[in-house]
Design a protein around this ligand. Sequence first.
Ligand code: GLN
Ligand code: ZN
Length: 768
Amino acid sequence: MKCAVVGFPRVGKLRELKFVCEKYFRGEITEEYLNEAAREIRKEHWQLQQSAGIDFISSNDFSFYDNMLDTAILLDVIPNEYRELNLNQQNTYLAMARGYQGIQGDVKALAMKKWFNTNYHYMVPELNDDVQIKLFGNKPFDEYVEAKALGIETKPVIIGPFTFLKLAKYIGSKTADDYVRQATNAYTAILKKLNELGTKWVQFDEPVLVTDLSEDDIRLFVLLYETILEGKSNVKVLLQTYFGDVRDYYRDIAKMKFDAIGLDFLEGKQSLKLLRTYGFPQEKFLFAGVINGKNIWSCNYKKTLELLSEIKKHAENVIISTSCSLLHVPYTLEYETKLEAEVKKHFAFAIEKLGELHELSIIAETESYDYKAFTEYTNNRKIYETERLYNDENIQAAVATLTEEDFIRKVDRKDREQLQKKEFGLPLLPTTTIGSFPQTQDVKNNRSSYRAGEIDEETYDRQVFVFIKECIRKQEELGLDVLVHGEYERNDMVEFFGENLAGYVFTEKAWVQSYGTRCVKPPIIFGDVRRIRPITVKYSVYAQSLTKKPVKGMLTGPVTILNWSFPREDITLQEMAYQIGIAIREEVCDLENAGIRIIQIDEAALKEKLPIRREEWYSEYLDWAIPAFRLCHSSVKPETQIHTHMCYSEFEEIVKDIDNMDADVISFEASRSKLSIIDVLKANHFETEVGPGVYDIHSPRIPSVEEIVEALQKMLEKLDRNKLWVNPDCGLKTRGVPETVASLINLVKAAEIVRKQISIEHDFTKNG
Ligand code: GLN
Ligand code: ZN
């Protein structure tokens, strides 16, 4: 059996690409130097795959910034404002990626969006009415030739026309349908050129096929490819899907003239069923995605071979492949020196997955199904023989015995509201912040000295307390109503909690690309999760001791902790979320017992793993995600006020569920997105008090008093004045001190002005 890789991580084993790109951005190296470094990285990646025995190696999976953006350039989809900068192709590309500010002009970057259900973000191509899609760039051809020169035949990977057109943003009056002709011509030209180069296979990525589509969408897909495939000559075309299954369109696709179809058998819950029901066309190759491109666990050969033999019953020509690009897993285990062997043996990152692919492709060949004859197989079996570390029967029992009561606050929202109004005596439109204050160099130095072992915990904490004290003083001076301690003890909302939870393991170099050159290092949930010790209590208690105003306790919620970690695969997401929920609940109780009266539980990533298919939103996700949050705060006193925070306001479609989290107050990003969410809140009789962010913290710009006043007035047209809070968009940790102070001064002033307006109005109606 042959084996294939959908795509390989591109950032380099020690993030070489990131560092060399950033040097280029800072003007420290030339374009030639940058390109040479990139060539080295590509070469290493191809050779690695070749020596691992991979039969179908991708090219053009490399990118300096993003593959969607690469495709935009390939198709000449370059908005005028970037063209008019008159930069060379490389710098035009980077201007679209990062914005440009210089002698040639001042243009913002293209928008960025989450890539399906991953934590990767792509650049959104913009199609205005002037754009003419046509073959323009050379990247896939150049990289194919480059690999060929190294003696490696690759399959260029290109984002397909359907996914490209569906994900693009239409600025003018045209829609996807208006570009069909141009797109088919461009892709036909791509095939022609590849044919001239002698390319054997090309892979068109069409992940949009795993989303809910209309009949028109499918018609568009068929229309595009019928024409494109019509003109193809010797190049074989692989239609690659991932992140789910193609349930309703399988038969349409199977009929078409693709030479191969790539299906995801891991996230694609119905892929196998589709094969069983409809079979697989004899003349085609099936690229069976059975090696997980999204998670870090060793492949269980027994299970995977069973799956493969099931697949082989229905398809004649099977090639074993990854479920999606390996972009979403870290590069290699090689540099993980601190993991215990008992832990490490359970993991396979990208390079180790190549080994698995190759081994499986050999074992799967055997006709007799006598896998035990292979030492690779018996070695793999050994991983699963011993009991997993960090099994915790107590926590398992605690989850198993949760009852309905554990998810319900005793007093309902309306009554709580009254009690809390009395308890806190806050003014109308109370002002607050989201939690973190600027992480100054001093704050960072303190943390790195501690991490390096130069100072002990006590010294470290003493310094954190100094920062907290100054932060409280500053907030009192600013006149904010509900204070925070500033989050100086953490720089990451998940890692900080993970470090205090049993069951978590951390890596040293396991970076995964998030966007552009930015990477994240998600911790791994290895075993049952339990809180080891109080996590935030000392900081919050100290902060509260400095002031009469309420200081919010500040926690990360269970769904966010789960979504920003690599999850286990041996228990359900729900179980993990409840285990983490119990840990956070213990922290909530300790905070409350220590006199903290307002507790914020951030759920910044709540929407991140909402299933791609609407029919699975509840059964697969919201039915446990919302309860996991409720579990954290169900047992607090009615006077204790629970806040939550989200980093986005695109929750229109699930407002009811957000309300159902039963928090008392929610803050969210609203300054960049138009205030349309406010209408939705009103229409749905949203009950939770709300703090839509009144200014954007992602930019150093200082908002004026007038614009904040105006934003608040707009909000008050739709929202109950007794339920409106005034706060920035998100935490202030990435900002500098001067702009933060200036912005908050204006925020407090604006709140005061609007409060006065309200009271005048109030007197007027009372007397008038
Ligand atoms: N409380 C966190 C902060 O203020 C929230 C961060 C976030 O939403 N990403 O930094
Ligand atoms: Zn946020």
